[in-house]
Design a protein around this ligand. Structure first.
Ligand code: 4UW
Length: 541
């Protein structure tokens, strides 16, 4: 059996409470250093204030009935103080589940129910959705708190449950001691992912998972510059890429993080220029914008030193164009998956290999396995990436079957991604065998859209696949639809129907095609590869 390992030495695994680890401050941020800046309002929070307010919120939660193991759902687009809300339950030995802010009521209900959330922190703009979903799952209104400083319709800011500022530190909640084994068994975060198949599932990540992955990424990060940088958090903080890179790792690395509530080119470029941003984690469509959009030339981006791309493939032509246009920028790709906390591979800024997702992260063991034979892929051939390491999730919440289908008895997690590796250990993703579609880095689960489609009485059967949209450097979902007998439903009606039921990023941007029959295997599984082949064939002719 061939196992690929990191060119870096294994790192010591920090088996402790993730709050304790993140604030252990190995990079010496003084309490007076600014930790967070709201890019739009310019409000700031220092390291000292962040630690104090995280403990004040934790204290407030306990005073309102929060117990160890309880779950807080955070349902918001980016807020500069988002990490305070995330780390308060974590320090108490509780759990945070971060929710996509575009979710509709049914999508939110699913996550609240499945995670077992009993508290919600949301934004006034999303309050109506949160209240409706909370009612359905029995979360009382007094356990719904808001970001911001204003009460809305009787719902109060989360800071309203803080004890007074004069409260002595000794009376604020302390991080629960999880040193050793408890860090490996105690869930800290549940993020939602469809994994390799089916609908969205709760990925349980432990304190050890989160701490380990930050420690694993660190050596690949620090190969060139000091860690303390001005970092831009433009990725959604509810996604694992944002949770780890823009919060956990950024705090651990003593960065100052500028937080952008939502991505739009003007605010993004303005924030880089104004705050002299040095490091950013991005997704490929944002790289495309930096390369192509004329507006970029109006801004001074000379402060930027490092850009990482991940969550979806970044074609080599795109990253080459980026570094040609901005020669002062070092670029690398990383590769991750919610179930891997998330990073298993990262490139090195100083020796970029365009098109590669990088080398194996320390403490990870990787196999490339031929999906047909279950044996090691022959040298030079592609295979499915299997990963074993301290960053592999505890499992899917309430779903031992899906867990067993994803993590084998030897502890390897089967990613569903197909890759090759060169003789220097650089990995290249060449295909995806799982069902997942990535729209601008956001997950779209075909099974979920298919369930929405077939719930419409005008639709007899349906299948969804991802197709490439080169102009936007992303995949988009395309639906194949069989009309129900007698139905005259149109493409537009199908698109509008789906758009009314799901979050914006799941819309059928790849279009709708009517077919007579959906190709299926004898076992009734949709033969997506046949549909993909059909699209490829049409493209070729
Ligand atoms: N190239 C091709 C890539 C790549 C990719 C991911 O939504 P999830 O579960 O998770 C993520 C996490 C991404 C991530 C986090 C932290 C980090 O540093 C980093 O590198 C910079 C990336 O996306 O989706 C997982 C799936 O997304 C695809 C792949 O199919 C994977 O299984 N994916 N990164 N560089 N595809």
């Amino acid at each position: 059996m061939t196992i690929y390992r990191s060119p870096f030495h294994d790192t010591k695994l920090p088996s402790t409470n993730a709050y304790t680890f993140t604030t252990s401050n190995p990079n010496n941020a003084p309490d007076s250093q600014v930790l967070l800046i709201d890019a739009l309002t310019k409000k700031r929070i220092t390291y000292g204030e962040w630690k104090r307010d995280t403990r004040r919120f934790a204290t407030g939660l306990v005073n309102n009935g929060f117990k160890r193991g309880d779950v807080v759902a955070v349902f918001s687009f980016n807020q500069y103080d988002y990490s305070i809300v995330v780390f308060a339950p974590i320090l108490l030995g509780g759990i945070v589940t971060t929710v996509n802010s575009a979710y509709t009521v049914p999508e939110l209900i699913h996550q609240l129910e499945d995670s077992g959330a009993t508290f919600i922190v949301t934004h006034p703009e999303l309050l109506a959705t949160a209240v409706e979903a909370a009612k359905k799952v029995g979360i009382p209104p007094q356990r719904i708190y808001l970001f911001g400083e204003e009460a809305v319709n009787g719902f109060k800011p989360y800071s309203s449950i803080f004890p007074p500022l004069s409260t002595p530190e000794s009376q604020l909640a302390q991080p629960v001691n999880l040193d050793g084994e408890p860090a490996a068994t105690t869930t800290a975060v549940i993020c939602y992912s469809s994994g390799t198949t089916g609908k969205s599932k709760g990925v349980e990540l432990t304190h050890l998972n989160l701490c380990s992955n930050a420690a694993q990424v660190s050596p690949t990060d620090s190969d060139m510059t000091p860690l303390q940088t001005v970092h831009l958090a433009v990725l959604p903080l509810y996604h694992i890429y944002g949770i780890q890179m823009c919060m956990n790792v950024a705090i651990f690395n003593a960065s100052t993080t500028v937080v952008l509530p939502k991505f739009n080119p003007v605010d993004f470029l303005q924030a880089i220029q104004e705050f002299k941003v040095q490091t950013m984690n991005l997704v490929p469509p944002q790289i495309l914008m930096l390369v192509k959009a004329p507006i970029v030339d109006k801004y001074d981006l000379s402060s930027v030193r490092r850009i990482t791309s991940g969550a979806a493939p970044c074609p080599p032509e795109l990253s080459v164009a980026l570094v040609q246009k901005f020669p002062h920028i070092y670029f690398r790709q990383g590769y991750g998956m919610s179930e891997l906390s998330p990073v298993s591979h990262a490139g090195l800024y100083t020796s970029p290999v365009h098109g590669s997702i990088g080398v194996v992260a320390p403490n990870c063991e990787v196999r490339l396995v031929d999906p047909e034979t279950g044996m090691d892929a022959a040298p030079g051939q592609s295979g499915e990436i299997w990963v074993r390491g301290p960053n592999v999730m505890k499992g899917y919440r309430n779903n031992p079957k899906a867990t067993a289908e994803t993590i084998d008895k030897d502890g390897f997690l089967h990613t569903g991604d197909i890759a090759t590796v060169d003789r220097h250990g650089h990995f290249f993703i060449v295909d995806r065998m799982k069902e997942l579609i990535k729209y601008k880095g956001f997950q779209v689960a075909p099974a979920e859209l298919e369930a929405v489609l077939v719930a419409n009485p005008e639709i007899g059967d349906a299948a969804v696949i991802g197709v490439e949209n080169k102009a936007e450097a992303t995949e988009v979902p395309l639906a194949f639809v069989v009309r129900a007998p007698g139905s005259t439903i149109t493409e537009q009606q199908v698109s509008d129907y789906v758009a009314s039921k799901v979050a914006n990023h799941k819309k059928l941007r790849g279009g709708v095609r009517f077919v007579e029959i959906i190709p299926k295997s004898a076992a009734g599984k949709i033969l997506r590869k046949d549909l993909r082949a059909l699209v490829a064939q049409e493209k070729a002719t």
